[in-house]
Design a protein around this ligand. Structure first.
Ligand code: DCP
Ligand code: MG
Length: 322
């Protein structure tokens, strides 16, 4: 249904479904009735009724009325790098299948890589494989610098059994200047290419800031599938705030940033700052940067108890405090 509304450009309805999907995914217990469904924040009466129908009949009748073209749209938006807008453009140009697209000049380089690994990128990764891929990268990194630090983030760190991609955060203690950690990171990526682990590169950017982000495609030795891998390199002093950001969930991260704001602080993926002055949305004084060597120290400075990564799926830290 979300894809159907995205296809027709009904952003508001698509968002309602997107939010519900997020909440259902994050819900720890199986949902066995409409009553259980409606208790979950973000699930309204209509979606609870859909859930009941699926529980009872195994199907959702409303989906039968969705145009078959939505199937095409949904296939296209499942190509990495292809959003709703591109999918609509491709559709309007007459493309209907992945086969059509494989002969087309209308995809950019990233979308062509997305198409090449379509099946693999749409298959979730068992946790054990993510562990093995992370260990491979760690071994290569430590061969370059034995004190290099690496943490698997995203859904993996939140304890999921299956992950959409591999998210890695890296730093080398005492590497603060961009020159030193950029040199290390470039060497690492080349090494990952030389060993045959990295199969394709989607992008390498420094996001105009202190953090470097590599997006690519890898395959572990002894593994069958190609996987999406993101590696982020940060200066050592940004480790803890970056760790919170990349662990997610996106929802939890947003709630932490809004909590900071209430405390007249500013939390980002780079740092935590205090005594921040704002005039409406504008920051008029960026205050003072706090030293945050660990994740725990960030929670402490914000005055909230530490939240285990496995509890960060669906948690609004503000609501939890009330
Ligand atoms: N993130 C964020 N805001 C975004 C994108 C990402 O805060 N717009 C953070 C939170 C995510 C983390 O980065 O948890 C990793 O992004 P992913 O898209 O890889 O999301 P997950 O790892 O949580 O889920 P998946 O299993 O689908 O990869
Ligand atoms: Mg991820």
């Amino acid at each position: 249904m979300m894809k159907a509304y995205e296809a027709t450009g009904d952003v508001w309805k698509a968002t309602v479904y997107k939010k519900a999907i997020g909440r259902i995914k994050a819900h720890e217990e199986p949902i066995k009735s409409k009553e259980e469904a409606i208790k979950i924040p973000g699930i309204g009466k209509n979606i609870a009724a859909h859930i009941e129908e699926i529980l009872e009949t195994g199907e959702l009748e409303k989906l039968d009325h969705v145009d078959k073209d939505v199937g095409v749209f949904s296939t296209f938006t499942n190509i990495w790098g292809c959003g709703p807008k591109t999918a609509r453009q491709l559709y309007n140009k007459g493309y209907r299948t992945l086969g059509d697209l494989s002969k087309s000049d209308d995809l950019n380089r990233q979308q062509r890589i997305g198409l090449k690994y379509y099946e693999d990128f749409n298959t979730s990764i068992p946790r054990e494989e993510v562990t093995a891929l992370g260990e491979f990268v760690e071994k290569q990194a430590k061969e370059l610098n034995s004190s290099a630090k690496l943490e698997l983030c995203g859904s993996y760190r939140r304890g999921k059994k299956y992950c959409g991609d591999v998210d890695i955060l890296m730093a080398v203690p005492h590497y603060e200047t961009k020159e030193e950690y950029t040199a290390f990171f470039k060497k690492l990526i080349s090494k990952l290419e030389d060993t045959g682990f990295v199969k394709d590169t989607l992008s390498m950017s420094d996001r105009g800031t202190t953090q470097l982000m590599y997006l690519g495609v890898c395959r572990g030795p002894n593994y069958k599938h190609h996987r999406r891998i993101d590696i982020v390199m940060v200066p050592a002093s940004e480790w803890a705030c970056a760790l919170i950001y990349f662990t997610g969930s996106e929802f939890f991260g947003r709630s932490m940033r809004s909590l900071a704001k209430k405390e007249r602080m500013l939390l980002s993926q780079h740092s935590l700052r205090k005594d921040v002055q704002r005039y409406y949305k504008k920051i008029t004084n960026s205050g003072k940067r706090l030293d945050t060597p660990t994740e725990e120290s960030v929670f402490e400075a914000l005055g909230v108890p530490f939240v285990e990564p496995s509890k960060r799926d669906d948690l609004d830290i503000n609501a939890a405090l009330q």
